[in-house]
Design a protein around this ligand. Structure first.
Ligand code: ZN
Ligand code: ZN
Length: 432
């Protein structure tokens, strides 16, 4: 907190009044729980966020609406990886660590796969942690102007508790990206062997793990194990960086197509780590036109990193996460280390909830039309199925809808007429 003040003062000079005012506003926003008193808006936002994060907690009425803990921050972690992509912890171990760090809502955002989400949901159940099913999709920005360059872009997608509404469409895209990663790894190994650093395919596969698509970090780990470099950082800074001597391009889809698909499948599309981009303005402008909802601007060092203004200019939500991979602590922000202002979380949930609700309605409607096992599994893909089996007394389709909805909607929303129609239709449907 003090750092922000001194950083502002250190800028010195004679900034124009407007700039100074903007900085002050930003500082005020960022400081949140600093010396300044919490505003009424923040308290209301905090109540909303808490209710969403802890749907089973008792609801208080009227003036006593502020729950115990008041505006105390509910820790959200919006960006994390497990062994299902290039993280070092299994989804279960990741959730356990998140719990130990005080995280209450965790988005698992593995690269190009949602394979770890069900396990994370299962593990999170006992800690009362909410999992946001997510994925970080590898894409490529294809420039429109000569002054720009093609570059890799990562797009985070966040879904409601039942996941994407057309999972098959998303999965098709993700699996084609994963297939591309196998080819890419082969090309990297070829380049490394030309650089007199031969690596065996099996060696990399062993590090990557069963069924996991290899990424640069897996190749880097094999390089460390073979003694070609001292650590992962060196592997990247000398050989594997974008355009580096052992770098190989993947066959990723275009960024705009990825954002559109996320929107079509009921997700919230977020640009990851824009500070890593060469053409951030061009990328953000183009993605906004395709339906982008948010960009990462908050980091564990607390800085908006200059992207807050860009987010405002393009009317995008501002969020952030640690991008935790579990690399045993070196140079890595831990889970829950990004202090998000409660208003940022509130804005995210306000935007996401109706989007997620529509996706869920689509899935429920498909199930109501055809209450088959296949359609039920689509709704319960991310772990809810296990609970249904565990819960006694769940015998009809309406119960499934209620169970899926209970953590997602407030009472008013549950009484939504379209949902009610689906519930009614399912009241006679027997679940085996
Ligand atoms: Zn990324
Ligand atoms: Zn990431």
């Amino acid at each position: 907190m003090v750092l922000h003040d001194s950083a502002g003062a250190a800028n010195g000079g004679a900034p124009d009044a407007e700039g100074e005012e903007r900085k002050k506003r930003r500082r005020r926003k960022r400081k949140g729980r600093g010396r300044r008193k919490t505003t009424a808006g923040e308290i209301l936002a905090s109540v909303y966020v808490r209710r969403w994060a802890f749907p089973d907690a008792p609801v208080l009425d009227g003036d006593s609406d502020v729950p115990a803990g008041g505006a105390e921050r509910v820790v959200f972690e919006f960006h994390s990886h497990s062994t299902c992509s290039d993280g070092f912890l299994s989804p279960t171990a990741l959730v356990e660590r998140a719990h130990s760090k005080g995280v209450k809502v965790l988005a698992l955002t593995d690269h190009d796969t949602m394979a770890g989400v069900a396990e994370a949901v299962e593990a999170a159940h006992k800690f009362g942690i909410r999992i946001i099913p997510g994925v970080e999709i590898s894409a490529v920005y294809s420039p429109r102007e000569e002054s720009e360059t093609e570059e890799p872009v990562h797009i985070l997608a966040y879904y409601g508790s039942c996941g994407p509404s057309q999972f098959e469409d998303l999965d098709k895209l993700l699996s084609s990206i994963r297939d591309g990663r196998y080819l890419r790894a082969e090309q990297m190994l070829l380049k490394l062997s030309k650089l007199n650093m031969p690596l065996k395919k099996d060696h990399v596969a062993k590090i990557t793990g069963n069924g996991v698509a290899p990424g640069r970090v897996h190749v880097a780990r094999a390089m460390v194990e073979s003694g070609y470099v001292e650590n992962l950082k060196q592997a990247f800074s000398r050989y594997l960086y974008d355009g580096g001597p052992a770098y190989a391009k993947g066959s990723e889809p275009f960024t705009e197509d990825v954002v559109q698909l996320i929107c079509q499948t009921g997700g919230i599309a977020t640009l990851a780590h824009p500070w890593a981009l060469k053409n951030p303005v061009a990328v953000i402008r183009s993605l906004k036109a395709s339906g982008l909802h948010a960009i990462e601007v908050y980091r564990s060092d607390g800085k908006l990193s200059g992207f807050g203004d860009l987010a405002d200019r393009y009317e995008l939500l501002k969020i952030g996460g640690s991008d935790y991979h579990g690399r045993s602590g070196q140079d890595e922000s831990d889970l829950g280390s990004v202090a998000l202002p409660v208003l940022a979380v509130y804005d995210f949930l306000k935007l996401a909830q109706p989007v997620w609700r529509i996706a869920m309605q689509d899935m429920f409607s498909a199930f109501a039309e055809e209450p088959s096992d296949v359609n039920l599994k689509k709704i319960t893909r991310f772990g809810k199925f296990q609970y249904i089996n565990q819960c006694s007394g769940l015998s009809c389709g309406k119960d499934v809808v209620d169970l899926c909805l209970s953590p997602c909607l407030n009472n008013e929303e549950k009484e939504d007429s379209e949902l009610e129609a689906v519930r009614l239709k399912l009241s006679d449907t027997t679940i085996l």
